[in-house]
Design a protein around this ligand. Structure first.
Ligand code: ZN
Length: 216
């Protein structure tokens, strides 16, 4: 019978993946669409193939970018408190915080609500266009890793919840008119959530690795 270290020696280290939760090195189990492969030690999901990931990622990232400009630069809401009207966009919120001297809050809004949604949708659009065209630039793997590290930092869903809580609080105190930016923002959040359900990083990695093996 094989000793465990002899078995390990026969496995190419390139075929091993570390579990995100417990760092166990394993060969990722091959499962079909709609099934999940789990880590044998801690049970975390290590393989979760998505149906038609490249095309769906492409369409959602493109739609997210189209929603991005009105969502960030057009007014979200107009509040009317006994004749006193106030409206503003996310970008104007950043400018106002900066002008009032709240530098750290201004930088947080700039990064999480202005820069990161653009970067995340842009990276996924770039990766999916590359796969659709069969074009694998040298930066492909770097961009996949960058997206992996940025995935927890998109805050647009959190901002939407904050906005809804604010609306509930001012309900009755002010009349609220929903502006174009609000609907674009909801559209962008729907694309972000959609991308988290359709983007299959494992599939993108296996496509680029297969290509690199064919053309060393
Ligand atoms: Zn694990």
């Amino acid at each position: 019978m094989d000793q465990p270290n002899e078995v390990l020696q026969r496995i190419d280290p390139k075929d091993l993946t570390a579990c995100d939760s417990c760092d166990l090195l394993m060969k990722v189990p091959i499962v079909g669409t709609g099934e999940v492969g789990r880590c044998p030690r801690c049970g975390s999901v290590v393989s979760d193939p998505k149906f038609d990931s490249v095309d769906r990622t492409f369409l959602l990232a493109l739609s997210g970018l189209l929603f991005y400009v009105p969502a960030v630069f057009l007014p979200l809401l107009t509040l009317d408190v006994i004749g006193w009207k106030e409206s503003g966009s996310i970008f104007e919120g950043f400018i106002a915080l900066y002008a009032e001297g709240y530098l750290s809050a201004a930088i947080a809004v700039l990064l999480t609500a202005v820069v990161l949604p653009l970067v995340k949708h842009g990276l996924l659009l770039f990766l999916s266009v590359c796969l659709k065209l069969g074009f694998y630039p040298r930066q492909f793997e770097f961009i996949l890793r960058l997206h992996h590290h940025l995935r927890e930092w998109g805050m647009d869903e959190v901002y939407l919840i904050g906005l809804l809580v604010t609306l509930i609080k001012v309900y009755g105190m002010a009349s609220v008119t929903y502006e174009t930016g609000f609907f674009a923002f909801v559209g962008m959040v729907i694309c972000t959530v959609g991308l988290s359900l359709t983007f299959d990083a494992g599939h993108f990695w296996s496509r680029v690795e297969a290509h690199r093996k064919e053309t060393p």
